[in-house]
Write a protein that binds this ligand. Structure first.
Ligand code: FES
Length: 130
């Protein structure tokens, strides 16, 4: 009986130590989400009714299309060159990839669509985070 009680105490002690160890490992080795950076504050009325505002230095385009506003990264998904915005879409001057105005790859070598950046409304401004 005393032996059973001792085994149970050891089991509980080991289980608690293992749980604490897992918590410790998770706390210090879990990936930390990257902090978002405010790239720009854009007055809402400066966005054209249809078209794009291009911010080449920050490498994004704020686009209004069919009543929707979104932000596309202008970083080519092939090797990272800055894309050029044309009336038909986006093209890469480095190796010739082409994307439509929604960021979908039309022609390689890029094989991934352009990511959209986070857009938040604050008062009469758009806040763009990257
Ligand atoms: S970097 Fe754009 S196609 Fe290669």
């Amino acid at each position: 009986m005393a032996n059973f009680s001792k085994k149970r105490r050891n089991f509980l002690r080991n289980a608690i130590a293992a749980g604490a160890g897992l918590w410790f490992l998770q706390k210090f080795f879990a990936p930390v989400p990257a902090a978002k950076t405010l790239l720009a504050r854009v007055p809402m009325d400066s966005v054209p009714g249809r078209g794009a505002l291009v911010y080449r230095q920050q490498r994004f385009a704020l686009i209004r299309e069919e009543g929707t506003v979104y932000v596309l990264s202008l970083v080519c998904t092939h090797l990272g060159c800055t894309l050029s915005v044309t009336p038909k879409g986006l093209s890469c001057p480095c190796h010739g990839s082409v994307f439509d105005r929604f960021g979908v790859v039309l022609k390689g070598p890029a094989d991934k669509d352009l990511p959209r950046l986070e857009l938040q409304q604050q008062g009469k401004d758009w806040l763009i985070y990257g």
